[in-house]
Design a protein around this ligand. Structure first.
Ligand SMILES: [Zn+2]
Length: 285
């Protein structure tokens, strides 16, 4: 039989209409299931985040201690020994007349000093050919007790001590207590400092320390110690004193020690790379 039968045509048309309705209904059901699943997932995430901000400082410190494993941070093995004494100037931010951020009577200057000291010790122990210096070793400062004197004092030290690299260590603060993470500040065109930031970030990642918020340039955030510097320079904001969890971690002596060591490992990996690059250039010429 041919398909010219009008009854059969009608039936076929009806079948197609039913199929179309079923397909539309199917899409609607699928979309609504997907929608509710997504909102379920989102609310779950929200609950998790809230639980984290509600954690006590001790709980956060325990978690961070567990995750921050300095052994997990691989240190590069140099194939070329450091042929000259590389000088790294570590700068614990603030100090003396300037405490920096203060939260619950805890001074940023003291937190920075503890982390920077551990960083310097680790860097020295990794290679005796690296000359590690600090802008201050205590709360006593060697420069003028005013803002201008403070910043120029730190910049002048870079030149006076013939430093090759400058690393300033700070702890951040924000009006929003949920703000977390570490960030780096470098000069806009300082590609060498960018490489150093990358290397330190990799070390933090391996150690599971917070998360990288940003690599910012002094074009947007003017910081005299970095913008007036003549050498590759970096300022690290380790985390937020305004966030209860990170504050508890940053104030904990064991975590300060680990954070310093991990930072040093990141700097060291960068120095090894720079040294090998230098050796390659020398070979070529
Ligand atoms: Zn600071």
């Amino acid at each position: 039989m041919s398909s010219t039968n009008p009854n059969k045509k009608k039936k076929q048309k009806l079948r197609w209409q039913v199929k179309l309705i079923l397909a539309i209904a199917g899409v609607i059901v699928f979309a609504s299931v997907l929608g509710s699943l997504t909102s379920l997932f989102a609310s779950g995430k929200k609950e998790e985040a809230t639980a984290q901000t509600n954690q006590t400082g001790e709980e956060v410190v325990e978690e961070v201690k567990e995750a921050l494993n300095p052994v997990m941070t691989e240190v590069k093995k140099p194939t070329v020994p450091f042929d000259k004494r590389v000088t790294v100037l570590i700068d614990p931010g603030h100090g003396g007349f300037d405490p920096g951020n203060v939260v619950d009577e805890q001074k940023e200057s003291a937190i920075n000093l503890a982390i920077a000291t551990a960083c310097a010790e680790q860097l020295k122990s990794l290679d005796p050919n690296i000359n590690v210096l600090m802008t201050r070793n205590s709360d006593t400062i060697s420069w003028a007790s005013d803002e201008v004197g403070d910043l120029t004092g730190r910049v002048n030290m870079q030149t006076d001590l013939k430093a090759d690299y400058f690393v300033s260590i700070h702890s951040n603060s924000n009006e929003d207590p949920s703000c977390t993470g570490y960030s780096f500040f470098i000069k806009k065109d300082d590609d060498t400092a960018k490489e150093m930031a990358q290397s330190i970030s990799e070390a933090y990642e391996q150690a599971d320390w917070a998360y990288e918020q940003a690599v910012l340039t002094t074009d947007t955030y003017p910081l005299q110690v970095i913008s007036d510097s003549k050498i590759p320079s970096i300022l690290i904001e380790m985390g937020y004193m305004s966030n209860p969890g990170e504050f508890a971690a940053l104030c904990n002596p064991e975590i300060q020690e680990i954070l310093g060591k991990v930072t040093a490992n990141g700097i060291y990996n960068f120095l090894v790379e720079q040294n090998e690059k230098g050796a390659a250039i020398q070979k070529d010429s």
